[in-house]
Design a binder for this molecule. Structure first.
Ligand code: 5GP
Length: 203
């Protein structure tokens, strides 16, 4: 079987519960999370280097110019991007790397790495989405509306994704994602060297 890790992207509207589902996945050693760079301000409790690498606009521009980002995008007036080296190093080690990123960035990654697996996480209803965003109380009403509007735009691109997972219960969403990883590991395209086995060679 192919020993390289899977590059898995999890997208979904703000309030879809991506962060919580991803944290659950990370309890398993096979997963590594890519920490993004962003120009947005830290929310209360967010730590530089743990939740994000918080950057000024100039610092972010430098990362782009020096080709240090795998992808980047502007989301609701802030820039977000994935540091490249961390991702490639972990994949080589055989870890599955999770990127929790928005749709534009996800599609850039799919262009560069067609073998990346794109998962779209959605809440069971729009009402639930609004409720989760409001209960989170980390954004102003204006930002919440902007994010809900953006969610409507993002769902239009769901056809470009490989899988959709409905996040009604965290444990079930996690289980569904683990099933996707399991199936992907067995995908023939990832196991082209399997033919060697029948020529008496080791894999
Ligand atoms: P938040 O501000 O809520 O932390 O993130 C806003 C959006 O940016 C979310 O959809 C999140 O998945 C996305 N995001 C976080 N990091 C990255 C990144 O490195 N690249 C891209 N394209 N989107 C990101």
């Amino acid at each position: 079987m192919d020993k390289a890790g899977i590059l898995m992207i999890i997208s979904g509207p703000s309030g879809s519960g991506k962060g919580t589902v991803v944290n659950e996945l990370l309890k398993d050693e096979q997963f590594a999370l890519s920490i993004s760079a962003t120009t947005r301000n830290p929310r209360p409790g967010e730590i530089d280097g743990k939740h994000y690498f918080f950057k000024t606009k100039d610092e972010f521009k430098n990362l782009i110019e020096e080709n240090m980002l795998l992808e980047w995008a502007c989301f609701c007036d802030n820039y977000y991007g994935t540091p490249l080296k961390y991702v490639t190093d972990r994949l080589e080690e055989g870890r599955n790397v999770v990127l929790e990123i928005e749709v534009q960035g996800a599609l850039q990654v799919k262009e560069k790495y067609p073998e990346a697996v794109l998962v779209f996480l959605i809440p069971p209803t729009l009402d639930e989405l609004r409720k989760r965003l409001t209960n989170r109380a980390t954004e102003t009403a204006e930002v919440i509306e902007k994010r809900i509007e953006r969610a409507g735009e993002e769902i239009e691109l769901i056809d470009r994704y490989d899988y959709v997972v409905i996040n009604e219960r965290i444990d079930e969403a996690k289980r569904d994602i683990l099933k996707i990883v399991c199936a992907e590991k067995m995908n023939v395209k990832r196991n082209e060297n399997i033919k060697k086995l029948f020529k008496g060679e080791s894999l």
